[in-house]
Design a protein around this ligand. Sequence first.
Ligand code: SF4
Ligand code: SF4
Length: 637
Amino acid sequence: MSEFQRNMSLTGEPPKSLTAGQKIFTAVGLFGLAVLILANFNVNFPNKTLWLTIALGSIVGGIIGFAWATYSGTSAGIKNDGVMFKSITSRGLWAWVAILAFSGFYVLLYFYPELLGLVSDGDNTGVIALFDPLSKFISGSPASQWFVYGTLYTIAIVSFGIKFIWKYRHNSYEVIRTCSVMFFQTAFAFIIPEIMTSLNQPYYDFKNIWPLNYDLFAGYKIDEFLGAGNFGVAMLIFGVASIFVITPILTYKYGKRWYCSWVCGCGGLAETAGDSFRQLSNKKQYAWNIERWVIHSVVVFAVVMTTAVVYSFLKGNESASSIGSWNDFSHKVVFIGAQDQKPMHEVVLAAQEAGAARVVYLDRSESSDPIQLESTEGINIPFNVVKEENNAQGIKQINEQKQATLLPMDRSQEDIFIEKGTESVIYDNVWLSKEFFVWGVIGLLTLGFVLVFVFKREQLAKDAKIGAIGYFVIVVGLLLFTYLDESKQLFLFESWRLNQVYGFLIGAVFSGVIGTGFYPIFGNRVWCRFGCPMAAILGFQQRMFSRFRITTNGGQCISCGNCSTYCEMGIDVRAYAQKGENIVRSSCVGCGICSAVCPRGVLKLENGPLEGRINSQSVLLGQDPDLMALLSSNKNS
Ligand code: SF4
Ligand code: SF4
């Protein structure tokens, strides 16, 4: 690297390397990480509670100490000194080391949790075992890889959040919204769901809204909600209301920032742990084009997948097909209410892999011959078929975890005795006709489409129009095609496979491995910008129908470019500021950093009337007179 030219600088050498204090606290944090890594290599820590406390305490202490060593004793104000010179924040060697480490962790987490020590039928080992005491303390059960992840995620948001608050202490908007994301992550994403699980309620992160929470309407989840009584039904209603009622109201009033920068966990991590990488977002025009196409395609994928999943669920047969390794059936009895295209032996095998103790098929047909498994290869848990009408009382008792006996249709089999306390899940529920649902989806899409084209036509760019028409025709065409077709599946694919593909590509690879693992290369909001379907829906509404805008006092702008440099969504804020034009962009998450780093106070995040919000024609020059108006009035006089 070339040497810094001191004689060209007014301020002296930028801080390329760490100070002694920063080095000490980096070492403290790395010590905590080293304990976790050693635990994963099964180094025996005799007192797990103590060593987990030491490890997590060191990580938190290291991050907060680093912030103290960096910002204490300095005056409040913009603090990005040396960010373009440090290897980790300017795509240098350390950036690549970091992405290897982050992405590697995500790959293990999503695809090889056993290498982190997850044991489904025994005591955990490795790093997951180190977290067992904390998990047992909060929810009463041993840790899973998701508990470890949730703990580290929360710690990252809280400790880097403190660093962030210190850095941006001159800006109260940044301070308050960071406290908000820290609170929502700790309470809503981490503690409340764990406590609910310990109370035998469905796991639910209330702030994780569909389509971000893409499994919310999956058959197994709906079964879980409906099986949890009134509280479960209330959760399901809240899930529907949060996307169709709460989200539109709040986005209308405050723009997408209420969610992306104040509530969401992905946004929370990006803003806090990812703050040092915000300047790496691509500002080029082609990135903007890619962003629009990719993110809207993800929305279409999410809508298609969810429609297919719910449609199949309403046939009473999606649920069984959706059984997979993501279920936790440890020692549970799995009841199957209806058969799908997926062969029954595959369903039983999937349930067995998820830990089920037994699978019971509830026969509702007139036939007296029980269905047979197509193959028994690999199946080593009991599979029975019972007539539902003859066993209604027993099934009810099992649901209530009471002792019960069921009578198999095949009388050569022994009666099925289920012990008291045995947990069960039922994969079957029909409470809304599939026809009503399909036409509801078509009606909703049509309504949205017509409203936008009637009232907001002029605000749609040409390519957005073509994209909207294309997507609309595809989604509705497929719906009608399949609806008028007698085949049992929607969208030519089996819904459980769509759900699996979506979960793998979008839920794991995009949001986890690339979205977070690649912060040091693509910037901190790569997932929010290119992949998050929730951000796309909020962005569409923000552009079309919201009171939010960033106003610019163009006459004050000195074109320093700070705002564009640190806009994590790659928006060329300066271009708007130079023209005095309001910024109304779908992708703007309202983080307010452009405003926080502007040395001239040009930018202001505001909510106001819809009229005049998008003022692309106007050229405002701060306190200067309106020269155009002056010119034309002079001409007329
Ligand atoms: S324009 Fe400003 S508020 Fe919007 S995302 Fe960029 S930096 Fe954040
Ligand atoms: S708006 Fe502020 S930060 Fe952006 S270019 Fe102008 S003076 Fe610089």
